[in-house]
Design a protein around this ligand. Structure first.
Ligand SMILES: [Fe+2]
Length: 233
């Protein structure tokens, strides 16, 4: 069915967040539009353009001509946005014992969007075409941190991940070692931008990540997009 819309799990009075399945000539007043599918999304009218798989843009009165699945997300109220922990968002330190006790990084409810089929090496840009298709469960959530937050250097994930900036300005950073002095790449993240995947596939459901972290320069909300492999037992 075209233009089937539902609220995402983290939608609230502060953040509009909708999922649009099979968008077709879908007008977007003002929102970050994320292509949550392994196929290109077409935007525009007289000058059609694409949002590549897992990429995004900021539409303001624009139109999605066609696509598989889009998230439309917009922070609409900034006063007390940072009180998200009082609205059900969880401090990451509650989930990871080794997480620094003084780092204000908060996670929203997670929404599962069901199964998608893609090639891990196509996702990571190690292949130009999808060849080795497998199923992944697609899960998304938001993060929030106040300005000048080091969101923790890490290099392990049991899933493929990318992020989209929703509010504020931050950076996705890569390091040679688990040490911020060894920074070697610093990607600015502004509203509507999604960084490229930065893991490399090393085997069936195996990948390595460089040491990396998100750094919030201002108060930030960003979207995590995770592809969790489905393992058949
Ligand atoms: Fe990460």
């Amino acid at each position: 069915m075209q233009n089937s819309v539902r609220d995402l799990a983290f939608a609230d009075d502060f953040i509009t967040a909708q999922l649009v399945e099979n968008p077709c000539d879908y007008k977007v007043e003002d929102a970050v539009v994320v292509n949550l599918s392994p196929t290109p999304m077409i935007t525009g009218d007289k000058h059609p353009a694409i949002i590549p798989p897992w990429k995004s843009t900021w539409l303001k009165g624009g139109v999605i001509k066609s696509g598989e699945r889009a998230a439309l997300i917009k922070v609409r109220k900034t006063t007390n946005l940072g009180g998200c922990m009082f609205r059900g968002w969880d401090w990451l330190g509650n989930r990871i014992r080794s997480f620094p006790r003084d780092t204000p990084l908060y996670i929203s409810a997670q929404d599962s969007l069901g199964l998608i089929s893609t090639d891990a090496k196509y996702f990571t840009n190690e292949r130009a075409q999808a060849e080795d298709l497998q199923d992944f469960e697609l899960k998304i959530n938001l993060w929030w941190s106040p300005g000048d937050t080091d969101c923790f250097i890490h290099n392990e994930h049991p899933f493929l991940e990318v992020h989209t900036q929703i509010h504020g300005v931050g950076r996705m950073q890569k390091f040679h070692e688990n040490d911020e002095a060894t920074l070697y790449e610093d990607m600015p993240m502004s509203i509507g931008f999604s960084h490229d995947p930065f893991c490399r596939v090393t085997g069936p459901n195996e990948w390595t990540y460089p040491w990396h972290r998100y750094y919030a320069d201002t108060d930030c909300v960003w979207l995590a997009v995770e592809l969790h492999p489905i393992t058949v037992s």
